[in-house]
Design a protein around this ligand. Structure first.
Ligand code: KG4
Ligand code: ZN
Length: 348
């Protein structure tokens, strides 16, 4: 079977992204030809978080230049594309709409079919881009993003089963809200990680103790809002907290990592998992990557552990095109060269 080319657009939050991939459905080989991201972080930073109206306006301004750049970098002409892919949600509706409407217009103009992709599915498939070792099934995906903390089992037919979900604040949200409480920059993850690394380097022993909510619950769900509140109470009680920011960041990050690591390994044992994959913005965190890798090696030495390259951790469109590729590949009945134009395909 010949190669197929997919152009994907991602606009679910504050990144406008486009990517072209080349994939071979017969061999499963997938190559990212371009991955262009226009981030609005600098714009939203001064408000301490994403302002939906501003994000919406920026997406409208950026979407076509980003698509043109993705095509140019991939050295692919629109007529060579086989599919268009787009994030359908979850996300900010006012942001998603730009990607969806743009793809709809391009589908009409270029006569290409559309593959809609769930954003979280996209994060999961970021692990299928250049995996460091083969993905063996059943695989367990730990998704840690700004809005979600999930544990998902993926079987060899690429069917999914959600075994753990966010009860309240997600891991990324826990980072962002704690950073805001301590007057640190948005996004909170990299800011807290930086201070935590400074404290770790000092080799001091922290005296701050924070809870590990739901660590021993019978399910695999996550809850981080109690941890955030516990931090708030400790800051309120400590007149000198500003002088101890790096220690607070360290203790807070340790609590998040402990919970993520413990529950992931427990789930992997219970479901006889062969590969653990981590994805989403928080998976960029170096300490989390290292601790989880170390714990998996110790407790599950026969289980592979995969993390995406840094550029595929936070929101990007390469992961959306990768998810679209597997959606197409799974649907064996479809002759991908002869699809009807202007149909929004649901390849479930
Ligand atoms: O996946 P993502 O880009 O967007 C969503 O789908 O939500 O994740 C964004 C989240 C933010 O909460 C941000 O603080 C967090 O990822 N993040 C990090 C790091 N880099 C980004 N959290 C911890 N450590 C990091 N290095
Ligand atoms: Zn995301």
């Amino acid at each position: 079977m010949i190669d197929m080319y997919i152009l994907a657009i991602e606009s679910s939050c504050d990144e406008t992204a486009a990517s072209v991939i080349k994939g071979n459905p017969a061999t499963g080989r997938l190559l990212v030809l371009s991955n262009v991201i226009s981030s609005q972080i600098e714009i939203h930073k001064k408000y301490g978080g994403v302002v939906p109206e501003i994000a919406a306006r920026e997406h409208v301004l950026n979407v076509l230049p980003v698509i043109n750049e993705a095509l140019a970098k991939a050295k692919i002409k629109a007529k060579q594309l086989d599919y268009l892919a787009v994030t359908k949600g979850p996300g900010l509706i006012t942001s998603l709409i730009t990607g969806l409407e743009t793809v709809r217009a391009l589908s009409f103009a270029w006569e290409k079919p559309i593959i809609e992709v769930n954003h979280l599915n996209g994060h999961m498939y970021s692990n299928f881009i250049k995996p460091a070792s083969p993905i063996k099934f059943p695989a367990l995906s730990l998704i840690v993003s700004g809005g979600h903390t999930m544990l998902i089992i993926l079987n060899k037919d690429h069917k999914i089963k959600i075994i753990g979900d966010t009860r309240d604040d997600a891991a990324g949200e826990a980072y962002d809200k704690a950073a805001k409480m301590m007057g640190l920059d948005y996004p909170g993850g990299p800011a807290i990680a930086k201070y935590a690394a400074e404290y770790k380097k000092s080799k001091k022993i922290s005296t701050i103790t924070l809870p590990r909510p739901m660590l021993n619950s019978a399910d695999f769900d996550f809850s981080f809002s109690g941890l955030k509140t516990a931090l708030l109470y400790q800051l309120q009680k400590d007149k000198n907290w500003r002088k101890r920011i790096s220690e607070y960041c360290y203790a807070y990050q340790e609590a998040i990592i402990d919970i993520l690591s413990y529950k992931t390994i427990k789930a992997a044992k219970q479901y006889s998992i062969k590969t653990i994959m981590m994805a989403g913005g928080v998976s960029a965190n170096l300490e989390l990557r290292q601790k989880l890798a170390k714990n998996i090696k110790k407790e599950l030495p026969n289980t592979n552990f995969l993390v995406p390259d840094h550029e595929y951790t936070t929101d990007n469109a390469a992961m959306i095109s990768a998810a679209a590729f597997y959606k197409i590949k799974k649907s064996k009945a479809i002759s991908f060269r002869n699809l009807k134009v202007n149909s929004s395909l649901q390849l479930k």
